[in-house]
Design a protein around this ligand. Structure first.
Ligand code: BGC
Length: 259
């Protein structure tokens, strides 16, 4: 039931809220690509829902020519999103806990919204347009960034909010040991980081027996540096849409999810 935007161009706006930037673009869902260059605005230092919502509205205002001002918008948040309410805040302001993100974005944008977890959105994009296309069975996408996000699929259907970055690894939360930000902050070599990833992905494959791992996040463009160092029984491949995945997946959800 893909909807067509008010402008009749079939483009849908996706907006991805991250710890450092809020990014949006109109997405061509026939091809799974941006129809125009994205707009990126810095995430406010105090990243409260209200402060972030104002930027989201500013990004959306930049694309009225492409998508109109009344068609559904997909928005991602780096948090558990339960029926439109954000329930966690690992790498954003604590005031997101129990915030009615759906109501807030609907109000500031003046149009229907679909709010979802950032990794779930990235996973949807990879499943439809990237590394997971046409892949049945259990597919587990992880995003390695500031934190670790996860998106779990069975035969293309998402099980939302899996939050596997918070599994325990060596006595700590996995994302505090193995996120891409940890590699940068601790200046770990690829080999040192891969040792941590090895333990993480081995744990994941023992728990879920996936048919495929997809590794996303900006660092996936350097996958050749670390994926060959991993010894897993599960096939593991880099994401194809890189940092565009959140926006594309959010737009996809806005046009396919009941609102
Ligand atoms: C959050 C997840 C998010 C991931 C990636 C984690 O800390 O708990 O909700 O998907 O970071 O941003």
């Amino acid at each position: 039931m893909a909807r067509v935007s008010a402008t009749g161009k079939g483009l849908v706006l996706g907006i991805d809220i991250g710890g450092s930037g809020i990014k949006g673009a109109p997405v061509d869902l026939q091809k799974g690509v941006f129809a125009r260059e994205r707009i990126r605005i810095e995430t406010p230092k105090k990243s409260t829902p209200q402060a972030v919502a104002e930027i989201v509205a500013e990004v959306a205002a930049g694309f009225v020519d492409e998508v109109g001002d009344d068609s559904p918008v997909g928005v991602t948040v780096p948090a558990v999103v339960h029926h439109g309410v954000t329930k966690s805040a690992a790498n954003i302001d604590d005031s997101w806990i129990d915030a009615d993100a759906d109501a807030l974005f609907t109000r500031v944008l003046g149009r229907p919204v679909v709010v979802m977890n950032d990794a779930d959105a990235a996973g949807q994009a990879e499943m439809h347009f990237g590394a997971g296309r046409d892949r049945d069975g259990v597919v587990l996408m992880t995003t390695l960034g500031t934190g670790i996000g996860s998106a779990l699929f069975l035969d293309g259907q998402l099980l939302p909010n899996t939050e596997l970055g918070h599994l325990e690894l060596d006595g700590k939360e996995a994302e505090h040991r193995a996120a891409s930000s940890v590699r940068e902050d601790k200046d770990l070599s690829w080999k040192e980081w891969a040792k941590r990833l090895q333990r993480y992905y081995r744990h994941l494959e023992d728990l879920f027996w996936p048919d495929l791992f997809i590794v996303g996040g900006g660092v996936s463009k350097e996958a050749d540096e670390f994926l060959p160092l991993l010894d897993l029984r599960t096939e593991i491949v880099p994401a194809q849409l890189r940092n565009d995945a959140g926006i594309i997946g959010a737009a996809w959800a806005a046009s396919h999810q009941k609102i």
